[in-house]
Structure formats: C-alpha cells, structure tokens
Design a protein around this ligand. Structure first.
Ligand code: GLN
Length: 226
C-alpha cells in the first residue's frame, strides 16, 4: 500500500490555515471547523482518507497548484484573480467582509476608511479591498486575530475581515465592535488545481449530496447557529 505517501491515491490532502474560526481552527492538536468537517464528509463519500495540512493563508493556492495539496478549503472566496490559478468548486457558503473598530471609533462605515490605517490578513480578499481604499495605509498580518489585537492596542484604526471569524474574534477582544454595515458580500468554495476536472467533479458531486441530504446545514448549524 501507499500508506505514508501523502499524495497516494487513497489520501486527499487539504490545504488550510487554521486561524479562521468557525471554518478552521485548532482544538488541541486537532483542526476542526466547518471546512474540516465538510472536507471529511467529502473524503468519506469518495472513500478516501483526509489529511489536513496547516499553512500560511497565502501558501494555500500555491500548495494546490504545485500538487502539494489536492485542494484548498479555507473560507476561500471565489475571485476572478484566483480563477487564473485554480478552479473553484460550487459554492457552499455566503460570506461578508466586515469592519472591526474600537467601540469609541469615529469610523462608522466603509465610507469613513479613507486615509485610515487598516489591518488585514495577508493575501485575503480583505487585503484586496483595503488596498483599493483611497489614501489608506494597509497593515498585513499573518493571522486575522493579530490585526484585531493591533486595533485594540491603537496601532491601527480598523480591520477588514470575514464576518464569521469577526464574530468569534470580537468575543475575545474587549473594547472592539463589528460595524453593522458590511463591506461586501462574497461566496466560499473549495479550490482544486486548474484543469483537475476529475477531482472537481467528484467534489462537486459529493458537495451536492451534502447539500441535498441536509448534512451541510447540519455542519454549519453546529458551528454558527448553535
Ligand atoms: N475569505 C477570505 C479570502 O478568501 C479570507 C479567508 C481566510 O482568511 N481564511 O481571502
């Protein structure tokens, strides 16, 4: 058997960045969360063993295109730019980008971000949007939560980040709030190497089953609506 070879046929390697609750985070030694469970359910359907590789967020797409990983699952937003390098599966979640600030901040919405110091996680869509804001100074962090802590410490004015991790981070960051007005709406999908139609179809078929039999909702409810 090919046991021990992570690229062997019967193992499905997932690239992620386990700093993104409730989609992927560490619980002791284990990586858990919506993406981890969806990926496990897909691997089960395909009769394969799932192996999760934790890495920097901006290494996920390179891992997929180089074949180090079979797919990426990381609350990955579908973007035109990323489609140049990877193929996205059908989407499995809707998401938003939100703004996090200090409770007494004068920033009340996206229009007030001009000229501000904005923190983002490196390589995310938040990074992309912040870069488009007039005269904004973008500070890039390896972990979203580090950006939130920098707001707490007054080093930056705001963070642009995905809505669900924002809800988790705000619980751990005293004096910080999430603004009501969402910055943008996006959709998450898994990413496979460009042209890997065989795996793309297998994952889409499995995903479709999970949508139809209620398993996807069950996983999401366990982490989000609980
Ligand atoms: N959804 C965002 C993106 O794809 C952030 C994902 C993440 O930080 N894991 O860029």
């Amino acid at each position: 058997s090919d046991d021990g070879d992570k690229n062997s046929k019967d193992t499905l390697v997932m690239a992620t960045n386990a700093e993104f609750p409730p989609y992927e985070f560490r619980d002791g030694d284990k990586i858990v969360g919506i993406d981890a469970e969806v990926a496990q359910a897909i691997a089960d359907k395909l009769g394969m063993e799932l192996k999760i590789e934790d890495m920097a967020f901006d290494s996920i797409i390179p891992a997929v295109t180089s074949g180090k990983a079979d797919f990426g699952a990381a609350g990955l937003t579908v973007t035109e730019d990323r489609k140049k390098n990877v193929d996205f599966t059908d989407t499995y979640a809707k998401a938003t980008q939100v703004i996090m600030v200090k409770e007494d901040s004068d920033v009340a919405g996206p229009d007030n971000l001009e000229g501000k110091k904005i923190g983002v996680q490196l390589g995310t869509t938040g990074d992309m949007y912040a870069g488009d804001i007039k005269d904004a100074e973008v500070e890039r962090y390896n972990k979203g939560f580090e950006a939130v802590q920098a707001v707490q410490q007054g080093k930056i004015d705001a963070v642009v980040i995905d809505g669900e991790p924002a809800k988790e981070f705000v619980k751990q960051a005293e004096g910080i709030k999430i603004l009501d007005e969402a910055f943008t709406e996006e959709e998450y999908a898994l990413a496979v190497d460009k042209g890997n139609d065989d795996l793309l179809k297998k994952i889409n078929d499995a995903l479709n089953d999970l949508k139809e039999n209620g398993k996807l909702d069950e996983i999401v409810d366990k982490y989000i609506n609980a």
